[in-house]
Ligand binder design. Sequence first.
Ligand code: ZN
Length: 396
Amino acid sequence: MLNVLRNVWRRGRALPVEGFVFGRPLVVLQSDDWGRGGIRDREGWDELRSMGINLGERNYDFYSLETAEDVGAIVSLLSRHRDSTGRPACLGMNFILANVDFTKVSAGDFRQVHLRALTEGLPDGWNRPGLFEAYKEGISAGALSPALHGTTHFCCPAVERHLHDSGERGVLLRTLWKAGVPYIHWRMPWIGFEYSDPGRNGHETFLSPETQEHLIADAVQTFARFFSKAPRSACAPGYRANRSTHQAWAKRGIQVAQNGPGSARPPHFDAHRETNHLLHLYRTVDFEPSAGQEFSVGACLQMAEDSFARGIPAIISVHSINFHSTLKDFRSRTLRLLDEFLIALESKYPDLLYVRDEDLFDLVETGKFESMQSVVQVQVTTQTFEAGAISGRRRA
Ligand SMILES: [Zn+2]
């Protein structure tokens, strides 16, 4: 049986997708952009406004950085939601492991990017008392599960090209960095994503395999130091990952590759499974209340039900901004809506299981995973799905 499946995987992605189907409704929460700063606080906001930046045009202008209270409120909500085995709902948090060291960059006259890893604390001027402890308490409580996003969200070579330039882009970048703000992506998409350089002429290319391998090795090392354990799941910034990214992840012990919403693909192993032993997961529910008032819990429930009807997990995408409260209170509404969403799921599917990415990996490998000091078995079979359209171009 396994050999037959391997042959199907080897044939690649153009064919109908061979994926995994699960015997119980499984719920996964995946959340990007933890640990990375945006606009520091109200003072930083006012400073930028006084420099002529018209903040407030889009919600991502209000992206800041979570506080210990934000994280505590999530943990408190998730801990109240238990699955049929008594396990709490769990938020998979994809971390950016370093922020810009603005003091060093400025001392070096903006010639190159200097970073400050989370293990060394936040940049000068950033104040988030108790935040790192709050992450760790939530992880110990089983309500949070850290995973890898990257070292930076932006593409370093792209940023360094503009750091010193005298044009509009360089001026904007230096203005933000002087105010302790790394970037506001929608205002400057030319900074790219960590492994993907948008190029001088808008011709996007991936960084070389060697560069990606170096970046990923560094990120995994910092992650292991910060969380005292190695990451098992990863999501590339901007969902920009290619075969080299996957290879570098697999080499560093990553077992799960997270992909963005829109493709409706079932969980499946990498087409190059011999070198990249990675389980690919695709988000199936966009739970992003910060995106606007038109957000609907009902629509999200329908998307989750559609996933269960196909036998695949409901993989819910909810970015960290939805839980921020420093510049604008996104958190209260998100937690209220998430509570409503989880209550509805639990009541309609009393046998649902809250699982993490790595539990799905264990399930497809062994048919079971560990939960609350017990072992949970779930029937896993394979099925051929019609290939869906791949989007892979959404925010991550
Ligand atoms: Zn992201």
